[in-house]
Design a protein around this ligand. Sequence first.
Ligand code: 5AD
Ligand code: SF4
Length: 480
Amino acid sequence: MSLQNDTYAERVRSLAPVTEPERQYYFIDVCRGLLLAKEQAAGRKLTMHIATFGCQMNAKDSETLAGILSEIGYEESDSEEADLVVYNTCTVRENANTRVYGRIGYLGNRKKLHPEKRIILCGCMMQEPQAVEKIRKSYRFVDVIFGTHNIYKLAELLFEREVSDGLVIDVWDKAKEIVESLPRSNKYGFKAGINIMYGCNNFCSYCIVPYVRGRERSRKASDIVEEAWHLAKNGVKEVMLLGQNVNSYGKTNDDGVTFAKLLRMVSEVEGIERIRFMTPHPKDLSDELIEEIAVNDKVCKHVHLPLQSGSTKVLKAMNRHYTKEQYLALVEKIKARIPGVAVTTDIIIGFPGETEEDVADTIECVQKAGFMSAYTFLYSKRNGTPAAKMENQVSDEVASERFQRLLKAVGEVSAQEARKLTGQTVTVLCEEYKAEEGLMTGRMDNNLLVHFPAEEALLGSLVRVNLDECKGFYYLGSRA
Ligand code: 5AD
Ligand code: SF4
């Protein structure tokens, strides 16, 4: 029977459950059958590889994609020579897109040698009609394209590819439903991300995320706690609660659970030892949240608080809804209430209309806020955002020079903050082991890393370590 046989495809479709996630488990079973047939023909197991671009949200989505593919029966490979390659793309800055096109071109050449190779593109970049159009025209060898709102449909779309002649595209401009209970596979057995909400309503003027990830939707607290419970049962000790603006958590629900309350509920899950979260917005970080971080032993003393710019004028043009002074007052309040807390940030340099004075304001903020670390980005013009139409776009040369200056200031301040911990004894989660050197890498609750001699068996456990020597951004230490 040919797979292009319409009756076969029709029959499979007609038997599919209409509710989710049952429908996807059905297509996972169908794909498992198709995969087995391919494996028999090839005389070997088939492999998959997922390349993830961008943020923690994408990393989390990739865990779901990996879960679905493993459930189908693909073996995970760390090479793009795999039989099925997924690119989970990012579009937050232009260079992310450029990189993806280059790499798709390479995959296309490999596919010429191995026509059975499957190339799947998904994620934020696929929510942009121009990107999909370009791939449809110039990269015809791609097999499946889907967006951010329907990643749960991977198995169904793979099936559709197998019963058609070529590219299957399924990109939704809006989210329909939140599908729970999909398979997941996570990279580290002892830590995992949990989505608590999707989308963003903030419309910062430079940012494409609200356009590609849609409006804010919160998951039900009970579903989140249940996921944490399952993870803990499977040995996960640390969870990271993920959302574009966690302060808005719960606004689309009617159970009264705020983000601070959610932190408390997750911390009550037995087996979960540590909780992180990303990302709060400075405009509406509540006292209730600061209090919960302060009193809850399981919540890491680390607040990632994107500044974006230290100039009130630029912040207004960015539509950020806070001033330089309000931001600094907030950092002061957090540091006063939570001793030892690490505050980290994101900063964009080269936003349209940015002057030397604005850069000086940003550098002053970096120094006053005392960031433990900062991700610095060159402003990237995203078509469709209000900032793309602004006058006075800053030239690349000017922006690069400012960027170097900012980087230097950030480096100095971070090193100064990190050094303050020398001599302390802290609890770390053992995350990685380098056998050649016999060194374990542990993550402190403030997100800094320390390398110390230990045995591999400690991977995934929480241990006490002395911070002996600061190496700038990390420590060398010893077991306490
Ligand atoms: N250009 C540069 N950086 C950006 N970010 C978001 N959009 C852009 C853009 N157009 C940065 C912000 C955000 C981080 C995830 O990416 O600093 O906090
Ligand atoms: Fe983008 Fe602003 Fe939303 Fe963050 S809060 S995702 S920067 S629009």
